[in-house]
Design a protein around this ligand. Structure first.
Ligand code: 6DK
Ligand code: ZN
Length: 370
């Protein structure tokens, strides 16, 4: 069955401007201006590789649309939507909430097109046109909460897609797996009391947001047990992430029994990424995706939709995403990871005891899922 692919040139026009990446550029204070770390380059090169690898010809191209106000308000407060719109209307743009999440001039419409890209994939899955899909969107979404943008995120694209899948398409139970290097705090918070949406985040412990994504954050009220976190120590690599998939993620999915699996595919836990200190390779992303595809086949007719999140290495991000897409599609292309031999030796560290401890603590919570 077909794999859907969403991309739009406007995604590259979300203008994050110049900054020092985390702090604003300020020449008067000796802070050198630099292109914002969340800039179009890695994603533009990713789309190029998907095209030139020949994979694009194998995919069903799905046109994104702009999420409507009704769709945004299923997740976000009216005040937040108005804030993003007002910032976007400013000639020079503004900020989504935390001071380093730029809203470029016109980014309100682009952010709606990013959320709507996921909505288009959900509808295509519900209609039976595709079983798997990938949305190569900007801006990212997983840090955005109901009432604020943060961490480069304006609207929570996947949360909006999950609510749409439930409300409009009647898919009762949604699992959201997030392996971006940073904690999927926005998604977790939005569904924290909701037992129909299981959130699972694998991330570098205490990376971003600060003091967020600990194992004890496990859901509340009706949603108790339906938020899982695996805060892996810095330096975790292939072995730690695969062990997490086998010991936590797949058992959790099997227990939950979703009707649809959503994936927050940040690839910034790769060994070359400047925004985290994890050590994944294309082989890791390939094997993790294969496990999710198999779980989706087993549990929900293969239904698996991925949203692009972080990934800041312009040269390695494209190969990580290509590996994910090849597994979603069930094909390989003529392209092999050109960096595989370079990183082979230093990314083959076996699972370490301090990593296993974190994984064990998360695995202990899987039986709480109903
Ligand atoms: N800021 C993302 O990749 C975004 O998850 C990552 C955002 C990282 C922000 C940078 C950072 C701090 C740290 C400490 C205190 C204040 C600010 F959303 C995605 F794009 F996917 O570390
Ligand atoms: Zn990230």
């Amino acid at each position: 069955m077909a794999t859907g692919y969403v991309f739009h040139p406007e995604y590259l026009w979300h203008d994050t401007g110049t900054s020092a990446g985390v702090l604003p550029a300020d020449p008067t204070a000796g802070v050198q201006p630099a292109v914002h770390i969340e800039n179009p380059e890695a994603k533009r090169r990713t789309h190029e590789l998907i095209h030139l690898s020949g994979l694009l010809a194998e995919l069903l191209v799905v046109e994104p649309r702009r999420a409507t106000m009704t769709e945004l308000l299923r997740v976000h407060t009216p005040a937040h939507v108005q804030h993003i719109r007002a910032q976007s209307d400013l000639r020079g743009g503004g900020d989504a909430g935390d001071g380093f999440s730029p809203v470029g001039h016109g980014s309100y419409d682009i952010a709606r097109l990013a959320a709507g890209g996921l909505l288009a994939l959900v509808t295509a899955v519900a209609d039976g046109d595709i079983t798997t899909g990938y949305a190569l969107t900007r801006p990212p979404g997983h840090h955005a909460t109901a009432d604020t943008g943060m961490g480069f995120c304006l609207f929570n694209n996947l949360a909006i897609a999950a609510r749409h899948a439930r409300t409009v398409h009647g898919l009762a139970r949604i699992a959201i797996v997030d392996w971006d290097a940073h904690h999927g705090n926005g998604t977790q918070t939005i569904f924290y009391a909701d037992p129909t949406v299981l959130t699972i985040s694998l991330h570098q412990a205490n990376c971003f947001p600060p003091d967020s994504g600990w194992t004890h954050e496990n859901g509340t009220a009706q949603g108790a047990g339906h938020a899982l976190n695996v805060p892996l120590p810095p330096g975790s690599g292939h072995a730690a992430y695969l062990q997490t998939m086998h010991q936590v993620v797949i058992p959790a999915l099997d227990r939950f029994g979703p009707d649809l699996i959503l994936l927050a595919n940040g690839v910034d836990a790769n060994v070359f990424d400047p925004m985290a200190r994890q050590m994944l390779t294309t082989a890791t992303y390939r094997q993790m995706t294969r496990l999710l595809v198999d779980a989706a086949d087993r549990l929900c007719h293969g239904r698996l939709i991925a949203a692009h999140e972080g990934g800041y290495s312009p040269f390695y991000t494209p190969y990580c995403v290509l590996a994910v897409l090849e597994e979603l599609t069930g094909t390989t292309t003529r392209i092999t990871d050109p960096y595989a031999t370079i990183v082979a030796a230093y990314t083959s560290e076996p699972l370490q005891p301090h990593q296993q401890d974190v994984i064990d603590a998360a695995a202990d919570l899987v039986p709480r899922i109903t």
